[in-house]
Design a protein around this ligand. Structure first.
Ligand code: ADP
Length: 264
């Protein structure tokens, strides 16, 4: 194994980074500030957000999950969002910004946060830039784009099933549970998300192309922007994100130091 590469500790399920100059126990990778995951529906944002949040010990904000739980609990926000979710459209920007601001304002995001599903429009991204600047986090934002051939997403999404109790995600073709339709963790009957039906998925993909794909260009000019091939195994994708982020941070730090030494 190359040094400085993260590796999966099978005993505790955590990714660890072994530093090349150290013979001691592996150190956990550092918490990274705000990290934004961009990608089409089915590219694996939720899966990666979950693993990375555990690895870095920071919360994740999955806007789709927050909306779905509001719908399930019959809240006012859920009532506003329900039709958009079921049709595969986007919930209006103003609603999303208020929801995300409320969540970001909680104290547990101080060390960093992983955003899965926000921003999704240029309007949301402009708002988010201002939010980060107001909270002095702008310089630390890292953006990870999970790239995948859009034609291959269909199989990932239409065979996706989710445990209504523990939230585990399966794919009846690609990542099946041990018993068809039953959660490995708690024996619950797995469900399909309403919006994973083929007709709704096609709408979501169209919305992604029109509204969210432009964000890749929006962020690609920034210092900490990382593109990852999302077509490989979830573990390989996580390893690429962690090692790519470390490289991005080193480069950003180097550039910061060289520009401050030029200035003095
Ligand atoms: P996926 O990324 O697989 O499409 P999500 O769980 O992130 O799934 O989102 C499900 C749905 O929730 C979206 O299709 C949309 O209706 C709504 N949604 C989630 N995030 C946003 C957002 N930032 N802006 C508007 N709508 C959103």
């Amino acid at each position: 194994m190359r040094s400085n590469q993260p590796r999966l500790n099978k005993a505790n399920g955590q990714l660890e980074v072994v530093l090349s100059h150290s013979n001691s126990a592996p150190a956990r990778a550092d918490a990274p500030g705000p990290v934004l995951l961009l990608g089409a529906p089915g590219a694996g944002k939720g899966t990666q957000a979950d693993v990375l949040a555990k690895l870095w010990g920071i919360p994740r904000i999955s806007t789709g999950e927050i909306l779905r739980s509001n719908v399930a609990n019959g809240t006012a926000l859920g009532a506003q969002a329900k039709t958009f979710l079921n049709n595969g459209g986007l919930v209006p920007d103003q609603v999303m910004m208020k929801m995300v601001a409320n969540r970001l304002d909680r104290a547990d995001t101080a060390e960093g946060v992983i955003l899965d599903g926000f921003p999704r429009t240029v309007g949301q991204a402009d708002w988010f830039d201002e939010y980060l600047d107001d909270h002095q986090h702008g310089a630390h934002l890292a953006v990870v784009s999970l790239n995948m051939d859009l034609d291959r997403l269909v199989a990932r999404v239409i065979y996706r099933t989710v445990c209504p109790v523990c939230g585990s995600v399966y794919n009846e073709e690609l990542m099946p549970p041990k018993r068809t339709g039953i959660c490995d963790n708690d024996d619950s009957v797995l469900e399909q998300r309403n919006d994973d039906r083929l007709d709704v998925f096609k709408t979501r993909l169209g919305v992604f192309r029109r509204e969210t794909e432009p964000l890749i260009r929006f962020y690609s000019k920034r210092g900490m922007f990382l593109e990852v091939d999302a077509e490989r195994s979830p573990e390989s994708v996580t390893e690429d994100i962690v090692s790519g982020m470390m490289a991005c941070r080193k480069r950003a730090e180097f550039e910061r130091l060289s520009s401050s030494s030029r200035a003095s």
